[in-house]
Write a protein that binds this ligand. Sequence first.
Ligand code: FAD
Length: 409
Amino acid sequence: MEDADVIVVGAGPAGLAATVHLQAAGLRVLLLEGSDEVGGRVRTDVVDGFLLDRGFQVLLPAYPELRRLLDPQSLDLRFFSRGVVAQGSDDRWDLDFSARDRETLLSLARFAAKRPLDALAVGALTLRDTTVAPNRIRAAVPTETGRELARWRISRPTIEEVFRPFLAGVFLDPELTTNSKLLHLLWRCFVRGGAAVPADGMRMLPRALAGLVTDDALRLSTTVASVDRGAVRTADSAVPLQARAVVVATDGAAASTLVPGMRAPEWSGVTTWYFAVDEPPLRRPTLLLDGASGSLMNTAVMSEVAPTYAPGGRALVEASVPGDTGAVSAIRSRLGELYRTSTSGWELVAEYRIPHALPRMKSNHVFTSPAKVGTQLYVCGDHRDTSSIQGALVSGRRVAAAVARDLAR
Ligand SMILES: Cc1cc2nc3c(=O)[nH]c(=O)nc-3n(C[C@H](O)[C@H](O)[C@H](O)COP(=O)(O)OP(=O)(O)OC[C@H]3O[C@@H](n4cnc5c(N)ncnc54)[C@H](O)[C@@H]3O)c2cc1C
């Protein structure tokens, strides 16, 4: 007798979504997670009353797959302003479309006056991406993101000062070689629904998904050592668990050690620093981009986005750069220039260096990799779709459909 119909390995967004859909199909599921909490790369630490997401990350409430599973508002979302402040070499662009004060409106007008063709080009890109069906975006012939922005006639200075630091933070790909379809799909979601964090940290997303998993399916602190034809060996038991199907829902690197013949993805990394400060250096929930120094940093006062991210009377600043080699001393001094204030009193709360943050998605990336990879063996995760929470959730649903179909035969 099997221990379950399906064993899912890994309780990140993909494994959680797969479990929810498998249970909805009436299957008995065991969800094995190696660490002490669900969430995978979407986790939040609490340090001295500060909420620290493990690397700066945001939720796009317009992700269609998120909405399929739950009401994003149930996560008590706190929104970033619609737009960014971008520091260029000569100019500082305040492109905050949600601000209504005179200064910001004048700044938007100044951008349109100085770079009218860019204003038109970005408007055209936005109109197209928000109105066309996502299937048409997925069906297009892709190129690299940098080339695609140029194809939309966005000028080199605006790419360098605004798009490169913005997208380097999203794709963790400073060269902008990421598949252009992802640019359009993400731009669509950004513009349609904005960006947010749950008031209690990004961890609330996987926790909400885990809340949809019924019974006692979830086993934490259970690392899977090997998988073979429906038999799953855990690191701490000599007796394998048995199932009719096994879904490997780990990150791509772990999947390559569990699934014969599976190649590990190439990764993009990121480093995020969190600073505790007495006074917020910017009193707005806005992403501030460094398009001038070459560090391609994004920074935000997280406690302006969600006051719950800092204990009373303090503020929390995040600063992130692509890659995992940045030095905090250089970042601290650049933050002083960007926020136009002294950072000598800023207290470093934590540093997260994450070499394996996102699987790279080059222009030849396959958007939909097969769910079934062997006898009774299936794989899901962001590395099988797109490198995002949306991609992980989609792949979880796809794998569940494939398993349910095969087991019904
Ligand atoms: C710093 C950072 C910022 C990001 N920002 C964003 C963002 O703003 N928006 C966005 O959409 N996406 C973002 N992402 C990407 C997003 O977090 C991932 O795409 C998503 O978490 C992938 O989910 P997954 O379930 O495929 O894999 P994971 O989240 O990696 O989950 C895999 C799970 O498998 C478990 N596991 C691994 N090996 C084993 C084993 N042998 N046995 C048992 N369990 C195992 C792991 O512990 C983990 O819980 C970011 C990622 C990082 C790191």
